[in-house]
Design a protein around this ligand. Structure first.
Ligand SMILES: [Zn+2]
Length: 343
């Protein structure tokens, strides 16, 4: 099969387009003939090499994908060949303390498709059958490839961890990235009031078109803007995946008793923490990573009922994979960068 792969870690020059052997599904796994895949920041980290995360080389990246069932591993039931499917990119062992509790993203052996095994930037990929879901019928192939990782991450942040309630106020930093946009769409569909930040005027404008209630330019004025928009109260929930650059604003933008949920630190992992504000305002700081299989099922159901469509920035052919990585690295995208396979 054709794939985008790399033989050693490094920059974009390490990416190759060429032949790789087609993966075989082990017990409990299925093989998908992929129609489309989508990029995540994770793919850049995996290409560059992650400390403490050994990756077998050569490697095919890609956590998100959609296609039809092509082959079924031993013990898999209730799955039909040729069925159009999406899948939860999370891989969990199923029998550790946390899996037994239903908290699959806390699994002591937790991994991701495209990180701990070969991924979706290829014509075929193998994935765990336990994470399959029918392809949402209101989405085309490119849209269906674009939602799984960012929407399960966002669902867990807002709903399972952040306990977002109707009518609450949410601040989302760095609108334009996949997770931030998915959070905006889910939070609006849940009836929340949503404020967003970005350093790009055009991204702020597009977020307003997508339903954001107000859009603020990134920087030191954000706290003032939030306080003004909320009659000095602050927001109930802050979604921060930016880290060092926004953390202090997040702490200062939260209402008394507010929650701050983080799933990443794209600007750096070591912000200055204002502990006094955390205890005095009785803030709750929540970490979140991917989601459980239950989060996945509820999120897919919600996406279908609310007819949410992930924002697709651009669609490239699989062989243009290196250009897609470059677009993500440059950070100019608004929404997901999708790779399309020829049918
Ligand atoms: Zn486990």
């Amino acid at each position: 099969m054709q794939a985008i792969y790399f033989k050693e870690h490094g920059g974009l020059d390490k990416l190759k387009y060429g032949r790789r052997s087609r993966p075989e599904p082990g017990p409990g796994w299925v093989r998908i003939a992929l129609r489309a895949s989508a990029l995540n920041h994770l793919d850049l980290f995996v290409l560059g090499g992650l400390p403490g995360v050994p990756i077998n080389l050569p490697h095919v990246g890609g956590a998100d994908g959609v296609g039809t069932i092509d082959a079924v591993g031993q013990g898999v039931v209730g799955v039909e060949v040729d069925e159009p499917v999406v899948f939860d990119p999370g891989i969990s062992c199923g029998d550790c303390e946390f899996c037994l509790r239903g908290e699959h993203s806390l699994c002591i052996r937790f991994g991701l498709v495209g990180e701990h095994c070969e991924g979706t930037f290829a014509e075929y990929a193998v994935v765990p059958a336990s994470g399959l879901a029918a392809k949402p019928s209101h989405l085309n192939w490119e849209e269906a490839a674009a939602f799984p990782l960012t929407f399960i991450t966002s669902w867990r942040m807002l709903v399972s961890r952040g306990c977002l309630g109707p009518g609450e106020t949410v601040l989302i930093h760095g609108i334009g990235g996949g997770v931030a946009l998915a959070c905006l769409q889910i939070a609006k569909a849940m009836g929340a009031r949503v404020y967003v930040t970005s350093s790009s005027a055009s991204k702020l404008e597009r977020a307003l078109e997508l339903g954001a209630d107000a859009a603020f330019e990134s920087g030191s004025e954000v706290v003032k803007d939030v306080r003004k928009a909320t009659q000095k109260r602050g927001v109930d929930l802050v979604v921060d995946s930016v880290g060092a650059a926004t953390w202090s604003q997040s702490i200062r933008s939260a209402a008394k008793g507010g929650r701050i949920v983080t799933c990443g630190a794209t600007s750096g992992p070591n912000p200055e923490e204002e502990v006094r504000l955390v205890f005095w305002n009785q803030l709750t700081i929540l970490g979140s990573t991917m989601g459980s299989r239950s989060d996945w099922r509820r999120m897919v159901e919600f996406l279908c009922v609310a007819e949410l469509r992930p924002v697709v920035d651009s669609v490239l052919d699989l062989e243009q994979g290196a250009d897609a990585y470059r677009r993500l690295q440059d950070g100019a995208q608004f929404g997901k960068i999708v790779l399309r396979n020829s049918a």
